[in-house]
Design a protein around this ligand. Structure first.
Ligand code: ATP
Length: 538
């Protein structure tokens, strides 16, 4: 059945998963805060990633499908970095959007400099989720004139939250259709440029050389620390470095709830290997990352792996695949990117070693060549690797699985949202809203209820709550009818509810109710911690 994005957004706000940033001031477009339940969910997702990819990785055994065993380590780098990083990474010159219109075909194109080609804009429906988004849409109409926008309802003031009937000609890049290259476009209007990096100033003087940027990706911190990690941790190729942290992009069209935000978190791995092995590792990481989303509950039917066409690839990339999810705000049959897995060759390490050519003299290809003079000087540091056994020296190739924590959370929220039927107090079937989150991701692992607030039940329940609380995030609730308490936990995605009833006082057992099957079983109070642990880690 179709899930309504409207109901998902409203549950997120009502139950404290997500709030609009600075809401009391009307909110800011593209910025979101995680509420008490949301922060736990996001933390659990990041923790699951860290445990499954980095901390829990056993470098002594080759995982299924891997060409060999390998090591994984972590890093936590700064958001502000040396300005030279962004010049050599390509972001300073290339990380912007600009638009052109073709006078002949009347089509509009966005020039994607990283990929070095034009992509066509197409009409799409968008989904308005907040008051700030409404204001943003109305502003855009005023700023650029109705020329570029088609609005239904016609009047921007008629927009309401949950409105799905707006179409406009800019859409998210996953919807882009590849356009012809620059030469065949004919006469073009002047390009209008948007830089995606947030500029800021280091120090008080504020000269040009003090200008830097909030990082638009976490990856560069890993590349510039490549040598530090090699020298300090005795890792050997192949190995991966992982990092989780905030990134910032001044997106032109933040929308679709948290899908495209201006401040977001990434979970990135840079995996370094010998060039001759890089294709095999690329395949390995693609498969493994797809399997990871499935292991945490995203359904097969809603996930696709989309391999980029050669024309769509960044100039340095040998292969890129996106893991995409059928978000409910997208039209039937369309998918949105959750994670990109890119084969980046030696592009990044080499750029930080040797510097980068002037992209204005070679706008489509910025690859370094032997004779080219770099516009930006590299670090001059040797970022190559010497294999101890073969004594071969080379610049490693990089496979980059780059995931968004916020997009991940959004996908899991959408997947979990379910409306089914469950009996109420009197046994009558009622529609219930339940978040079927994987127990590893669920913000609250178990809730503990005394059936009634008397006969010593609260005391027993509080004791159970106390012993569980030492190990998990659990919740105590003694207020109102027990059926209502179950429903509240269903909406929060709590997989288990433990109830202390009359029998508990005599035989020292409690009931444990499963959120999804609604099955209730009796468990010894002594064993409750173990039972919850087993079920949560399943
Ligand atoms: P898109 O094409 O959707 O703009 P991208 O290809 O630019 O994404 P990458 O640069 O590959 O994205 O970043 C890796 C991951 O970071 C994405 O798969 C996504 O999960 C996340 N991400 C990127 N931009 C945003 C954003 N504005 N808001 C939330 N998450 C983002």
């Amino acid at each position: 059945p179709m899930k309504s994005m409207d109901s998902i957004v409203s549950l997120c706000k009502r139950r404290g998963f997500l709030f609009q940033s600075s809401e009391i001031y009307g909110g800011v477009q593209g910025l979101w805060d995680y509420g008490p339940l949301g922060v736990e969910l996001k933390r659990n997702l990041k923790d699951a990633w860290w445990r499954d990819m980095i901390a829990g990785h056993n470098e002594l055994v080759s995982p299924a499908g891997a060409p060999s065993s390998f090591e994984m380590v972590g890093l936590d780098c700064t958001i502000l970095m040396h300005p030279q990083v962004w010049k050599n990474s390509g972001h300073y010159d290339l990380f912007h959007d600009f638009m052109v219109d073709c006078r002949e075909s009347k089509k509009r194109y966005r020039h994607d400099q990283v990929r070095g080609r034009f992509v066509e804009y197409r009409e799409t429906k968008i989904f308005v989720t907040t008051l700030a988004e409404i204001e943003h849409e109305a502003d855009e109409v005023r700023r650029r004139g109705m020329k570029y926008f088609k609005l239904r309802p016609k009047n921007a003031d008629d927009l309401t939250v949950g409105d799905e009937s707006i179409t406009l000609d800019k859409l998210d890049s996953h919807d882009e259709v590849l356009g012809p290259d620059a030469k065949s476009l004919g006469t073009l209007t002047e390009p209008r440029e948007f830089n995606l990096m947030f500029k800021t100033t280091l120090g008080a003087l504020g000269g040009e050389e003090d200008t830097t940027f909030l990082r638009p990706e976490t990856a560069q911190g890993i590349f510039v620390n490549f040598k530090n990690v090699l020298d300090s941790s005795r890792v050997k190729l192949p190995f991966g470095i992982g990092q989780v942290g905030k990134s910032f992009r001044n997106e032109i069209t933040p929308r679709n709830f948290t899908f495209r935000s201006r401040e977001f978190e990434q979970m990135e791995i840079e995996f370094f290997c010998h060039p001759s092995q890089s294709q095999a590792w690329y395949g390995y990481w693609r498969d493994r990352r797809l399997a990871w989303y499935k292991s945490l509950g995203l359904s097969d039917e809603a996930l696709i792996m989309r391999e980029h066409h050669t024309e769509e690839l960044a100039h340095y990339s040998v292969g890129t695949a996106d893991i995409e999810y059928a978000f409910p705000f997208l039209p039937e049959g369309e998918y949105g990117e959750l994670e990109g897995i890119a084969h980046r060759g030696d592009f990044d390490l080499r750029s930080h070693m040797e510097g980068k050519l002037d992209p204005s003299t070679s706008p489509m290809t910025v690859e370094l060549n032997e004779n080219g003079k770099p516009k930006y000087r590299g670090s001059g540091k040797d970022l190559s690797y010497r294999d101890e056994e073969s004594n071969e020296k080379f610049v490693p190739h990089v496979i980059e699985p780059s995931a968004g924590a916020d997009r991940g959370v959004l996908a899991f929220l959408c997947e979990a949202f379910t409306e089914d039927e469950a009996p109420d107090e009197k046994g009558k079937m009622q529609t219930r809203t339940v978040m079927k989150l994987h127990p590893r991701l669920a913000p609250i692992k178990a809730a503990v209820f005394p059936l009634v607030k008397k006969d010593g039940m609260p005391e027993v329940a509080q004791e159970i709550y106390g012993s569980l609380k030492e190990h998990f995030n659990v919740f105590y609730d003694a207020k109102g009818a027990v059926g209502r308490r179950y429903r509240r936990q269903d909406e929060a995605g709590t997989p288990y509810c433990i109830t202390v009833d009359g029998e508990s006082l005599t035989d020292k057992t409690v009931t444990i109710r499963d959120r999804d099957t609604l099955e209730q079983t009796r468990v010894k109070i002594d064993e409750i911690v173990e039972v919850v642990r087993e079920r949560v880690n399943e």
